[in-house]
Design a protein around this ligand. Structure first.
Ligand SMILES: Cc1cc2nc3c(=O)[nH]c(=O)nc-3n(C[C@H](O)[C@H](O)[C@H](O)COP(=O)(O)OP(=O)(O)OC[C@H]3O[C@@H](n4cnc5c(N)ncnc54)[C@H](O)[C@@H]3O)c2cc1C
Length: 437
């Protein structure tokens, strides 16, 4: 059995683990990253018949305000972005379509709000941006809107926006403080949505480059099976064949894996309270088409059915072969639908009908479909009863947690990046303080 010593061992090679490992390696730490499968975790890109299917749309929300951008600058990542055209994002209103009012331009043009409601909505945006609307951790956004007697149209608008940004069919359950915290950042952005050219794959490659350039070690297809905790510190992690020692550890693995690894340790009971975490689930249905079907919009959202289609290849030139098109439909799953095969069939039919309506002729051009009936878009669903896992516990001083189930900023991958960035910074500061002492 080989025993190796590192400054930091990172367990889990999804976006959180990779970005933490890259940040620490770049700042001179000797790191090892251990991943049980392939790098990227849920952020993967699969090439089929010339189409780059991303597990997820690889859209980054509020890029200019994001931790990914901070890391992009800090680590010198070479990413190429394609920014979303706001005016091509529409709501399907049945007989008509209307601009999504996610900025002032959209607000002026939208048909969803009329007269005074436009001003009321603008007032809420302004108050949120200025930090006056903070919400309350004990009050859901639905309760908050009811208490403030917000007009029905504005209320519906706010919940619709939250549905899209939190990828949920149940936006009313979001805690009001999480809601306003999210929009405080998003309303300030100049770039509401951007796509990474080349998909998640390009981002994974860039993190790997930084880790390897700085002599970090990456071990894939190897699970961490056991850990050793002594004197309130993790001392070692064990894979089938090897043992890894380090001064600090980051566990970028989901809550159920954490509970298994930390059984019998001082934080077992702390992790237990996160044991019935319910993830945010979606159904997605991608289609690779031989020939582009032109459309006036690149994003269309059916508010009633809570399904949206994105024209991925419009933004990511590498997603489809020349002349082809890659479209992605995502349907939000409500709690009752998750384990119900009949609901899955119904949703699949609704998605196909939505494609028929907006991309007529797609069936004739179809080269390859890719359907996932139940996908974990985020490992935690934000509700009044579910809060993110803390990124550390005082009972274990050298150990940190990161991932889209942790406390952090934003939603989806931004939760992974923000938690990973924050824990890396804390480790760097701690090491610097120890050196200085
Ligand atoms: C359909 C869909 C659409 C999405 N769209 C977007 C989007 O448009 N924008 C966006 O920002 N995000 C999107 N996401 C979300 C994004 O993919 C996730 O937020 C992000 O990939 C989570 O990364 P993570 O590192 O936190 O977790 P994970 O990817 O879950 O990484 C955890 C890693 O830990 C590894 N692991 C677990 N146990 C062990 C062990 N014992 N030893 C070693 N390794 C272990 C796992 O194999 C995995 O690789 C989407 C997701 C889906 C499914």
């Amino acid at each position: 059995m080989k025993k190796s010593q590192y400054d930091v061992v990172i367990v889990g090679g999804g976006l959180a683990g990779l970005s933490a490992a890259a940040s620490l390696a770049h700042h001179g730490k000797k790191v090892a990253l251990i991943e049980r499968g392939k790098l990227g975790g849920r952020a993967m890109t699969i090439n089929m018949k010339g189409f780059q299917f991303n597990f997820g749309a690889h859209a980054i929300y509020g890029r200019d305000q994001s931790y990914l951008t901070t890391m992009e600058r800090d680590l010198g990542l070479k990413l190429y972005w394609s920014d979303f055209t706001q005016m091509k994002a529409k709501y399907d209103l049945g007989e008509d379509v209307s601009v999504v009012p996610s900025n002032i331009g959209g607000l002026l043009q939208t048909k969803l709000l009329k007269g005074m409601d436009k001003f009321r909505f603008a007032y809420h945006i302004l108050f949120t941006m200025l930090g006056f609307e903070k919400g309350d951790p004990n009050v859901s956004i639905q309760q908050w809107l009811d208490r403030k007697k917000v007009s029905p149209a504005v209320k519906e608008m706010m919940l619709n926006l939250a549905s899209s940004n939190f990828f949920t069919g149940e936006p009313e359950k979001i805690p009001s403080d999480v809601f306003f915290g999210y929009y405080r950042r998003l309303f300030k952005t100049n770039i509401p949505v951007s796509y990474i050219q080349g998909g998640w794959n390009k981002l994974v490659e860039q993190f790997v480059n930084v880790i390897e350039k700085n002599n970090g070690e990456i071990i894939t297809k190897t699970a961490v099976e056991r850990i050793t905790v002594e004197n309130e510190k993790v001392r070692e992690v064990h894979t089938k064949k090897n043992t890894f020692y380090a001064e600090h550890f980051i566990f970028a693995i989901p809550p159920e894996e954490l509970r298994t690894l930390f059984q019998g340790t001082v934080i077992e009971s702390d992790l237990e309270s996160y044991s019935d975490y319910e993830p945010t689930y979606v159904m997605f249905y991608d289609i690779g088409l031989r020939k582009r079907i032109e459309s006036p919009y690149t994003y269309i959202f059916d508010r009633d059915r809570q399904i949206f289609i994105s024209d991925i290849s419009y933004y990511d030139m590498e997603a489809a072969p020349p002349g082809g098109q890659l479209l992605q439909a995502v349907a939000y799953l409500r709690s009752n639908d998750i384990h119900d095969p009949k609901a899955h069939e119904r949703l699949k039919g609704e998605i196909e009908a939505f494609y028929d309506k907006h991309f007529e002729g797609w069936r004739k051009q179809l080269v390859i479909p890719r359907v996932s009936k139940v996908a974990v878009v985020q490992a935690i669903k934000w509700t009044m009863h579910q809060r993110g896992l803390p990124t550390s516990f005082s009972k274990i001083s050298n150990t940190y947690f990161a991932g889209d189930w942790c406390q952090g900023e934003g939603q989806l991958s931004e939760l992974s990046f923000s938690s990973a960035y924050q824990v890396s910074q804390r480790i760097l500061k701690k090491s610097a303080d120890q050196k200085g002492a």
